[in-house]
Write a protein that binds this ligand. Structure first.
Ligand code: PRP
Length: 537
């Protein structure tokens, strides 16, 4: 067979596309050199163990693996910071600190099948090794601002957070390590509903109010005042304020935002973290932070900080004109049962939904009296549109979120579309009481797998597209993991629930970049939804 396609997530680039990428790379490289940074080129293929040893948070399944002749597992370089830390700790060991290094290299990441994401990311970045404190962080952030400005972007923010702020608050709550991680993840995902539930048992503890408010603490420097009012004196807030003062004096103030809920990868990042958001990109185009423990893993104790720019993502935004203030938001709505309930909610909020009530064959409908366009889509597609930034918001069931996952903020439990995931079997059969490997059928294989893994059970999962109840009846499976709403389908087919797996209801989700770039509009919409939900409780 003649092969004419490139592997998924890779592509040929021709002419203008090459020129645009090259222009961004040249601009960044000129900037880095001008600031005294020297280039390092590391191998495209590295030992897998290098990244495990580094504590790098890239998940194992995101690394593209190959095997060398002796059977050792190698990876296509998934990140540039780890190999550069190795070089700085070994070949450059006797060089005086600080060291200023830059790279212009491709990294490779597997983003899953059919996600429309590139597996090859052209990264230009810097590492500042052996420099600590304000001076070094100002150098990094002002260079991040300058990177995007020199590339020609107009509408962008560099957003700062601090790993220590959450750590300090969590320490005052006396939570277990597992609970600290669950709360962190809810804050990072701006999952307000889950966060409230997780924190409820700790009501009255010193940092309760501050932690509850943490996901909302993003925006301009005023959030630092609010954080201080909630949390009391904080070395991290003082630090960020001083940093902001110096960045403003250096002419970067207009580009700086804060997100104190930016609490990702606490084991890796040790201090200030930052991300760059650009109008037109659905995900951050720049990310960086301080990771003072990394070098030590390679045998040389030295602080380190750095950032990387996604050159293609920046190039894709270059010709975008900044949208007029107050642009219309776009919400993806799951067709069917959820749609009706969501429209009822919108109408209670005062939105005129008549075009959506009578859509004909149209799939995008404008709300006449609110700056909102409604996109009608199937549940998994709602997530895809929101993740890629094609829609700012989405309404989708927790069942689909649990099955598909993804990177977005899950801001509200809308309370409708309530049902549950359950394990069910034919009446009179025993799913657990045997040593034989069991087989479970499900429309949601990931949910089913995660459930049995958590129980320490090795169960074969078989994917069924619909009417899953048939599988045990036809003796294709010993049980099913499926949605139960009224329980009628189970009853009428002689099945019974063995165990609940998870509760399900409709959720409001938000694209991460859009939340930052359209804060007023999106938080305004969330607040309107919340007001209705609180009124109906
Ligand atoms: C869902 C689910 C169950 C049924 C549960 O199926 O998979 O079969 O609803 O509802 P109940 O507890 O109220 O009886 P759906 O109607 O979406 O159809 P499908 O199985 O063909 O996908």
């Amino acid at each position: 067979m003649r092969i004419i396609n490139t592997p998924e997530g890779t592509r040929d680039r021709l002419f203008a596309e090459c020129a645009e990428r090259r222009q961004v790379q040249n601009t960044l490289v000129d900037l880095f050199r001008g600031r005294g940074y020297s280039e390092v080129i590391t191998p495209e293929v590295e030992f897998y163990d290098l990244f495990v040893q580094s504590g790098n948070p890239i998940p194992q399944e995101a690394m593209l693996k190959i095997m060398d002749r002796s059977g050792r597992i190698m990876v296509m370089r998934p990140d540039c910071t780890t190999p550069i830390a190795r070089v700085a700790a070994t070949r450059l060991r006797s060089e005086p600190l600080p060291q200023r290094l830059y790279y212009d290299q491709t990294v490779f990441r597997d983003r899953g099948a059919h996600q429309g994401e590139s597996r090859e990311i052209a990264q230009c970045g810097v590492e500042l090794i052996g420099a600590v404190g304000e001076e070094a962080d100002v150098e990094m952030v002002s260079m991040a601002v300058e990177s995007l400005r020199r590339c020609g972007l107009r509408s962008f923010h560099i957003e700062l957070g601090h790993a220590g702020f959450y750590r300090a608050l969590a320490a005052r709550m006396d939570m277990s390590a597992a609970e600290t991680e669950r709360v962190r993840s809810a804050i990072e995902g701006k999952n307000f509903a889950l966060l409230n539930d997780l924190l409820e048992p700790y009501r009255g503890r010193p940092a309760f109010a501050a932690l509850r408010r943490l996901p909302y603490l993003f925006g301009g420097p005023e959030v630092l005042d609010e954080a201080e009012a909630l949390a009391g004196e904080s070395v991290c807030i003082d630090y960020l304020r001083r940093l902001y003062g110096r960045l403003a004096a250096a002419g970067c103030g207009a580009y700086i935002r804060f997100d104190l809920g930016l609490v990702h990868q606490l084991d890796y990042y040790t201090g200030m973290v930052f991300r760059g958001y650009v109008e037109g990109a659905g995900a951050p185009v720049l990310s960086g932070g301080r990771y003072d423990n990394l070098m030590e893993r390679f045998g040389r104790k030295a602080e380190a900080t750095g950032f990387a720019v996604d050159a293609d993502a920046v190039a894709a935004c270059l010709n975008q004109t900044a949208p007029a203030a107050g642009r219309r938001l776009r919400i993806a709505l799951t067709k069917g049962r959820i749609q009706d309930k969501a429209l009822a909610l919108f109408e209670r909020m005062g939105l005129d939904c008549s075009p959506v009530r009578d859509p004909g064959r149209r799939l995008i409908l404008s709300i006449p009296n609110y700056p909102l366009d409604v996109v009608l889509a199937k549940a998994p597609d709602v997530i895809t549109y929101v993740e890629h930034g094609a829609c700012d918001l989405g309404i989708v069931g927790k069942d689909t979120i649990l099955e598909k996952g993804g990177s977005f903020y899950e801001v509200l439990d809308l309370g409708f579309g309530r049902c549950r995931f359950a394990l069910a079997v034919k009446e009179g059969t025993d799913f657990y009481g045997t040593y034989k490997t069991r087989r479970a059928a499900s429309k949601y294989p990931n949910v089913a797998r995660a459930f049995f893994e958590k129980k320490g059970m090795d169960v074969d999962i078989i994917k069924i597209e619909g009417s899953v109840e048939l599988a045990p009846i036809l003796e294709l499976a010993d049980g099913i993991v499926d949605i139960v709403e009224t329980g009628a389908t189970l009853r009428e087919n002689g099945l019974t629930v063995v165990e609940d797996v998870a509760a399900v209801s409709a959720r409001l989700i938000v694209n991460t970049a859009s939340m930052k770039l359209n804060k007023e509009q999106i938080t305004g919409f969330i607040a309107k939804c919340e007001a209705d939900l609180e009124g109906t409780v």
